[in-house]
Each structure stands twice: as C-alpha cells, then as structure tokens.
Design a protein around this ligand. Structure first.
Ligand code: NAP
Length: 285
C-alpha cells in the first residue's frame, strides 16, 4: 500500500515541500508520496475525514487552513495551541490525527545554525505579527530569549501577539508599530533581527534599518524566494551575518518527516533535493 501525505492550502504555488519529502521517502525506502492538494474551504473537512484512513501518514497544512485544521484534529499539541497554528498533522497507528507545529522548532534550528549560537539570553527584534511571526516569537521565548520586541505595520497585531505570550516564559515581550521609536531603539541592542513579514517576497523594500543594528547582530529573513532579499543584501553589505529562511524550511520539513515515518536525519537529503529550486531567483513568490 502506497502511503500518503497531502499538503492542503489555497493557493499552492510552490513545490519545495513535495520535492523534499518525495526525495526523503525515496532515500528512506518508504513507499509513500507527498501530494499537493489545492482545495476550497468546504473540502477541508472531507480531507481530514479521509486522512484518518490507514493509507495516510499525515498532512501538511498551509494558509489559509492552519487555524481551521486545528479545530478538526483529534488532538493538538500544546506548542501548536500556544502558537495558534497547526502546520502539520500526524496520523497515529490507531487512526487519530494529532496537529503539531514544526515551524517553531524549524526556525530555531535554522536561526541557531545561522548565528552559530543559541537563542538563550538574547535580545531579539521580530518584524511581523502574522502566522510565521507567532511561531518565531514562541520559539524565541521558549528557547530562553531575554527580550523580544515585535514590530508590525499594524501595531495592534504586534500588541496582541505580545499579549498572547506575555508571562508564559521568563523573557519579556513587547509589541509596537514598525516605525515606533521603541522598535528603532530595540534594533540598537539586538543580537538577532528577524523578518517574519512578506516584505522582500511580495512587496519591495525592507522592514528595518540594518544600520541601527550592532556589528555582532545576525539578520534572519524567513523569506526564501527570492534567495536574497533587499534586507539580506543590505545586511551583508554591512558585514553582518545574514541568512534566508531556507534552513528553517528544510528543518521544519525534516521534523515533520520524522513524525510521519519515524525516520530522522533527512535534512541533508532534503537540502540536496531542494537546492535547485531554492537557487531559482525566478521561482514563483
Ligand atoms: P501572514 O500571516 O500573511 O503575515 C504577513 C505579515 O507581513 C504581517 O505581519 C503583515 O503586516 C506583514 N506585511 C505584509 N505586507 C507588508 C508591508 N508592505 N509592509 C510591512 N509589513 C507587511 O504571512 P506569514 O504566514 O506570517 O508569512 C510571512 C513570511 O514568512 C512569508 O514570506 C512566508 O513565505 C515566510 N515563511 C517562511 C517559512 C520558512 O520555512 N522559511 C515558514 C513560514 C513562513 P500587517 O499585519 O500590518 O498586515
């Protein structure tokens, strides 16, 4: 029996996940395939019902279904509940569906690799307050960051995100507008600056003034299409450490793969498989 994993979302423009997971299934000798399912909202419930069946290993979930799927799982892991988003589902051997979030641990793995240092004890600025920013802020605080300053174009969303995590961990968290003076001053003492917006992918420009960062700061942009955003280009021109979101993408996929199959250590296989797509500056954003 060929086992199945499907990525559900709408629209689905990218093949990165499919390429990584199919390469890992082949390398691990597992008879399974990863399908892209661009579905309408009224089809989500049917797919979830189907995914209880024995031929399924689980699901990948992307926008706009990360919240709705959480409500349809038999169980949601605490971290995914805290973040407010399920981006993967694993089917247990007794047919239960468990929702989890691999973006947070994927981000942590990717960013710690980029910094060559742990998140613990750091002052961090995060631009953005959407789905990805929720996972990023959670990961930073859960890893023991000292202070996280969230700046968002819509300041109220940054404040809501900060309020969501306030007091849950030892580190402090504050949400402000992207152009607020306190965001600009937080840049001055940040060891890590994260772009978790779509700026650089969808809209041109940058979300923060790289010149305001200290010289030992790392700039991490979740965007991986295009491979080098204006933010990363400016950071590198200043001599700062800088990395895009490709290692986060690879690590979150490897984490999900291990949950579905029990087979770990697939990051290198996935990295090789997706390298050409990641290098393609003309790939769809
Ligand atoms: P989202 O939920 O739609 O959030 C979008 C965010 O971008 C919001 O904070 C929004 O601010 C901000 N934004 C949009 N246009 C802006 C502009 N012109 N100026 C300033 N801010 C703007 O998206 P998401 O799911 O969080 O994804 C964010 C990015 O992360 C995407 O590029 C996505 O590809 C990337 N991502 C990467 C990985 C990875 O593995 N590397 C994983 C997940 C996501 P407002 O609230 O003001 O609208």
């Amino acid at each position: 029996m060929t086992r199945r994993v499907a990525l559900i979302g709408k629209p689905l423009r990218r093949r990165h996940s499919q390429v990584m997971h199919d390469a890992a299934f082949a390398a691990a000798g597992i008879d399974a395939r990863y399908e892209l399912m661009e579905i309408e909202p009224n089809a989500v419930e049917r797919i979830i019902a189907e995914a209880h069946g024995p031929d399924w290993l689980g699901l990948g979930v992307t926008a706009p279904y990360k919240r709705i799927v959480a409500e349809m799982c038999d169980e949601v892991e605490p971290a995914a509940t805290a973040i407010g988003a399920v981006n993967n589902v694993v089917r247990t051997t007794d047919g239960r569906l468990i929702g989890f979030n691999s973006d947070a641990p994927g981000f942590r793995a990717g960013v710690e690799l980029a910094m060559d240092a742990p998140l613990e004890g750091l002052e961090i600025v995060v631009a953005g307050a959407g789905g990805a920013a929720h996972a990023v802020v959670y990961a930073c605080l859960a890893a023991g960051a000292l202070r996280v300053t969230i700046g968002n174009r819509t300041a109220s969303s940054a404040m809501s995100l900060a309020a969501r995590f306030e007091g849950l961990h030892a580190g402090s968290v504050v949400g402000v507008g992207l152009d607020d003076a306190s965001f600009v001053s937080a840049l001055g003492s940040a060891r890590l600056a994260v772009n978790a917006t779509t700026v650089g992918m969808v809209d041109p420009g940058v979300t923060m003034d790289v010149q305001a960062l200290p010289s030992n700061a790392t700039v991490f942009d979740l965007v991986y299409v295009p491979p080098e955003t204006p933010l990363l280009r400016t950071a590198r021109a200043r001599g700062l450490r800088a990395a895009n979101g490709s290692e986060m993408l690879i690590h979150q996929a490897a984490i999900a793969f291990e949950r579905w199959t029990g087979v770990g250590g697939m990051a290198e296989v996935m990295r090789s498989a997706v390298a050409a797509l990641l290098a393609d500056a003309a790939a769809p954003a």
